[in-house]
Ligand binder design. Structure first.
Ligand code: NAD
Length: 259
């Protein structure tokens, strides 16, 4: 596969970082994004750059701020010459019943998990179409296909991004631009670790039971998905062999959505 240039939102941690590592192993240029301790982010950037042999950069744009998103995309385009691959991955979660759901959290989840993908995609679409090649991957979730209680905003945002994936695919179809959603089940990242206590409270059960009876119970394999497995799927979706795969939602969830 030729060396490509990629932007991955929310790639300072978890799944985004796993995808960045998979891309670095392909020797691609990678623009990292996300929050985190400046020294730790710089250490990860350097580590990936050593793996990549390509150019690995970091821009800390806040995905709730369209002007910062536009600057992130411009910085990547200026640095790499072009953006071939866009991974819309940044996301947050909040677990609470609808009647107790804080409005600020609702707005933030919709902005980061859904609306930011519109702004990043808008920034790359014309250039990808004119070059006749582009790969857009939206990291959705099993919650883009089915619901769970107490995750109303997240389920709404993730169903939204699966729909957005289909429209991008249709608009890019005759121009070599594919768009797919990856729909992971539970992956043990900070996003999941942080919701164990709130889920225990919302359901009135212990934290141990949240892992066993809520998370792993959802997945027939009874195992967490790994970031390495998601990274490998993302690399495949960017390949020439995946040119006819577009507008699809790819479950990587240990069988969760098959039930
Ligand atoms: P994570 O918390 O480890 O990583 C989230 C990333 O998004 C971090 O880099 C964080 O800094 C970044 N981020 C958060 N708010 C941001 C903002 N305003 N602007 C820019 N960056 C921001 O979580 P993760 O589990 O790796 O989640 C990544 C994606 O995968 C999310 O979209 C999530 O919904 C999705 N997902 C996760 C799981 C899971 O089980 N972990 C399952 C399905 C889908």
């Amino acid at each position: 596969m030729p060396a490509l240039s990629a932007v991955i939102t929310g790639s300072t941690s978890g799944i985004g970082l796993g995808i960045a590592e998979a891309f670095a192993k392909e020797n691609w240029n990678v623009m990292l994004n996300g929050f985190g301790d400046a020294d730790e982010v710089e250490a990860e950037r350097k580590r990936l750059e050593e793996i990549a042999g390509g150019d690995v950069r970091y821009n800390g744009a806040d995905m709730t701020k369209p002007a910062e998103i536009r600057m992130l995309m411009k910085e990547a385009e200026d640095a790499f010459g072009q953006i071939d691959v866009l991974v819309n991955n940044a996301g947050i979660q909040h677990v609470a019943s609808i009647e107790e759901f804080p409005e600020g959290k609702l707005d933030a989840i919709i902005a980061i998990n859904l609306v930011s993908a519109f702004h990043t995609t808008k920034a790359v679409m014309a250039a990808m179409k004119s070059r006749g090649f582009g790969r857009i991957i939206n990291v959705a979730s099993a919650h883009g296909l089915v619901a769970s209680p107490f995750k109303s905003a997240y389920v709404a945002a993730k169903h939204g991004i699966v729909g957005f994936t289909k429209t991008i695919a249709l608009e890019g179809a005759e121009h070599g631009v594919t768009c797919n959603a990856i729909c992971p089940g539970y992956v043990k990242t900070p996003l999941v670790e942080n919701q164990i206590a709130d889920t225990a409270k919302a359901r009135g059960i212990s934290e141990e039971d949240v892992v066993k009876k809520v998370m792993l119970e959802a997945q027939p394999t009874k195992e967490f998905v790994t970031v390495k497995q998601i990274g490998a799927l993302a690399v495949f979706l960017c390949s020439e062999n995946a040119a006819q795969i577009t507008g699809a939602a790819h479950q990587i969830d240990g069988g969760w959505v098959a039930k």
